[in-house]
Each structure stands twice: as structure tokens, then as C-alpha cells.
Design a protein around this ligand. Structure first.
Ligand code: ADP
Ligand code: MG
Length: 395
């Protein structure tokens, strides 16, 4: 049986007209000889009646009165509603459909509510549904614990449902449908002439996703990579061929693949001298407080790192408590220049710094790995930095 998984994001199911386009994609898969398994996200974006953020806004956002378990029950409703509404359109087009919640689809998770991990997928129900002649329409972003508790997989988690189901069902491939033509050299909302990247390695896409390009969830890439299943990122609203994500495509001639960013970062520098015992412990204390840090540089007389701005206050409290001298730069943005081909290529950092300098953008810090160079800039410089680098590397 040739199964494919087709996952449709929130904007793809936000209007009746778009749901008709979704139906076109499902019918097209059948025409191509596949048995589609459909995965859907909640309808629309914040402000739309049943989007996840709208559901959350029904609760008191100042203070938490409920347990995380209850939040997951609320959040799981958006995808269920979306499945039923889409299924009506599919049925009208003559398709036999069966709506399944995450739990009904056999997705078994741990009980880490709000960010649950998939332990296994029992595919029997989906397989039987297909064998009975129905198209399974599965609620994304959710699962169920062994003891029957409803869980959610973390924001953007429908992508995880898509690739994890694809892997479990040994699908020929997974299609992630969204509102752009595929993975582009930069977020098309920032760089209007960004262009489509036709093929990418799992590794590169993971870097993109992990560094802020929200077009696919990083954990979804991991699932696909582990089972080597090809993933296409495509546009529900066009016939673009999309981006094919597959095994290593390291040497196809490009040095830089694209640019992405992560905003809401805060840079913290701390003074360090050996008389200040506490400064030695800071990294351990931050870890014990579950504060994750990055862009870490250690020098003989100071240390510097960044944290998510949401944790700025907690970090300052810790530094005050430990009587460590510090400096804070709030509202920063971490720009990532990504490309498997930059390995061993000299001159990339020089080019980046030159391009940013020409636009008077102050670089607060840099870091690099084999496949990524990061530059920390002020948040207000984000757009102009991305545009400058996009142009400098002729993407
Ligand atoms: P969905 O609701 O379909 O899951 P998302 O909003 O999660 O859609 O992801 C799609 C969005 O990702 C696009 O609208 C685009 O603005 C953004 N994006 C960020 N970086 C990139 C990139 N490099 N290529 C394509 N899209 C990107
Ligand atoms: Mg998404």
C-alpha cells in the first residue's frame, strides 16, 4: 500500500476557499495512486475563533489557576474542530473520511503536558481505517498517555504529528502544506525577493528550524531524519514544486543556503575575577534553574552569553543574589547564516561583517559552527541585517 501523509497548517484551513484547495491536494494524491493520511492544525491564527492562542486567551493570562493537564485538554480542541470542518468539505467532494483525535490515531506520549514526547504510535487503527476505504483525518499536535490523558506536543507540533506518522506508517513521503511555496533563502515576509530552495538536507533544515525559521518544527525534522523519509514543504495555495528534504545534499555547489533569525534574545556579560568565587558557579546555577543559554564566550576576565528575553528577569535576580557584576543588553536578535557548504570555506565571516558594517549595523557578538555563523544584533536591526546578508551572498 502506497501511503503518504499530508499535513495542512492553520492558514491552509482558515477559510472555506482554502479548505477546497486542501481537498484538491488530497484528491490529487489519490489520483497519483496514493492512500493519503491527512493531518490538520487548528484553524487560522491568533484572533481566529478556534486558533490555539484564541483558546488560551479564554483563560486568565495573568495567573495560572489550572494544572498543565487541563491546558492540554483545552488546546487539543482546536485541531479536533479543524478536522471535522475540513472533513465536511472532503465529504462534499465525494471522499469517505474518518476523523481521529491524536489518541484515537494511536499516538502514545509521555505525560509531559504542553510539550509531550511521542513514545510510540500504534498504527492499527489508521491502517484499518484505510483498509475500510476511509481517509483518516488526524488531529495534529496531540496525543494520549498510556493511561488515557490528553497531551499536546508543543507549539507547531502538528508538523511532528505529520512526520512521526509518516515514519510509523512507512509512508512513501510526507507533505507539509503551508502558506509559502517551500523553504526560502529567508523568511519571505522579510525579504520579498527570497527564493525557493528546491532541495535541502535534513541537517540544513534542522538548522533552519532550530534557529527560528518556523516553516517546520525542528523535532519534525528529527523524526523524518531518523527514518530517512523524504519530506516536501509545499504551498496549499499554489502548484509550486516545493522544497524536498532528504538525505545529505552537501555538495551541490552552494556555500550559503539561507538566513534565519531568532528575536527576543538578551545578552548578558559578567565580570570575572578569581576573587569572585560565585562567578565560577554561574553556569551551573543557571542550569539548575532550567535557564538555557547560548552564544557563550569565556574570556579570562569576563563571560558573555544570551538568554531568551522572557528569562532576563530571573537571570538578573540570580546575578544580584550571587553579587556578580553584570551588563545587560535587552532586545537583541540572533541572525543565523546557514549552509552546509561553508565548511572549510574561508572569508565568510569577513563578508558578513563587511555587509553589516556597510549598513551601520552594530554586531554585538558572533559565534560559528561548521554549518552556521551567528551574529547578535539589536532587534531593530533584524530586517536590515537579513536583507544585507541576503544581498551580500547573492541568495
Ligand atoms: P503553518 O501554519 O502552515 O504551520 P507557519 O506559520 O508555522 O505555518 O510556517 C510558515 C511561515 O514560516 C511562513 O508564512 C513564513 O513567514 C515563515 N518562515 C520563516 N522563515 C522561512 C523560510 N526560510 N522559508 C519559508 N518560510 C519561512
Ligand atoms: Mg507551523
Amino acid at each position: 500500500m502506497k501511503i503518504i501523509v499530508q499535513k495542512f497548517g492553520g492558514t491552509s484551513v482558515s477559510t472555506h476557499q482554502r479548505r477546497e484547495m486542501v481537498a484538491d491536494k488530497v484528491l490529487d494524491a489519490i489520483k497519483r495512486g496514493y492512500k493519503p493520511v491527512v493531518v490538520v492544525s487548528a484553524i487560522g491564527r491568533k484572533g481566529d475563533p478556534y486558533a490555539t492562542d484564541t483558546l488560551l486567551s479564554l483563560l486568565d493570562n495573568e495567573k495560572t489557576y489550572l494544572e498543565k493537564r487541563e491546558y492540554d485538554i483545552l488546546m487539543s480542541c482546536g485541531e479536533i474542530i479543524s478536522c471535522v470542518v475540513l472533513s465536511e468539505v472532503l465529504s462534499k467532494r465525494g471522499l469517505k473520511v474518518r476523523v481521529l483525535t491524536g489518541g484515537q490515531a494511536g499516538i502514545v506520549t509521555n505525560d509531559n503536558f504542553g510539550n509531550a514526547e511521542i513514545l510510540r504510535i500504534d498504527t492499527n487503527r489508521i491502517i484499518n481505517t484505510i483498509n475500510d476505504g476511509y481517509i483518516p483525518v488526524v488531529a495534529g499536535f496531540q496525543g494520549m498517555t498510556q493511561s488515557g490523558e490528553i497531551t499536546t506536543l508543543g507549539r507547531g507540533g502538528s508538523d511532528i504529528t505529520g512526520t512521526a506518522l509518516g515514519a510509523a506508517l512507512k509512508a512513501d513521503f510526507v507533505e507539509i502544506y503551508t502558506d509559502v511555496d517551500g523553504i526560502m533563502t529567508a523568511d519571505p515576509r522579510i525579504v520579498s525577493n527570497a527564493h525557493l530552495i528546491e532541495t535541502m538536507s535534513y541537517n540544513e533544515v534542522f538548522q533552519f528550524a532550530d534557529q527560528g525559521a518556523k516553516v517546520i518544527h525542528p523535532r519534525a525534522v528529527e523524526y523524518a531524519m531518523k527514518s530517512n523519509i523524504p519530506v516536501y514543504i509545499k504551498n496549499t495555495m499554489s502548484d509550486s514544486r516545493g522544497t524536498l528534504i532528504t538525505i545529505s545534499r552537501e555538495n551541490i555547489g552552494r556555500i550559503i543556503t539561507g538566513i534565519t533569525h531568532m528575536s527576543s534574545r538578551t545578552q548578558i556579560s559578567i565580570e570575572y575575577d578569581e576573587s569572585c568565587q560565585n562567578a565560577d558557579d554561574i553556569f551551573e546555577v543557571l542550569a539548575n534553574n532550567k535557564i538555557s543559554i547560548d552564544l557563550i564566550n569565556v574570556f579570562p576576565d569576563y563571560r558573555v552569553f544570551t538568554v531568551n528575553s522572557k528569562q532576563e528577569e530571573s537571570v538578573i535576580k540570580i546575578l544580584e543574589m550571587l553579587k556578580i557584576k553584570y551588563k545587560v543588553v535587552s532586545n537583541c536578535s540572533k541572525i543565523a547564516v546557514i549552509g552546509n557548504g561553508m565548511r572549510g570555506t574561508p572569508g565568510i565571516m569577513a563578508k558578513i561583517l563587511k555587509a553589516l558594517k556597510e549598513r551601520n549595523i552594530k554586531v554585538l557578538q558572533t559565534a560559528d559552527s561548521h554549518t552556521t555563523i551567528w551574529c547578535l544584533v539589536k532587534e531593530e536591526d533584524t530586517e536590515s541585517a537579513i536583507k544585507a546578508l541576503h544581498e551580500a551572498f547573492d541568495l
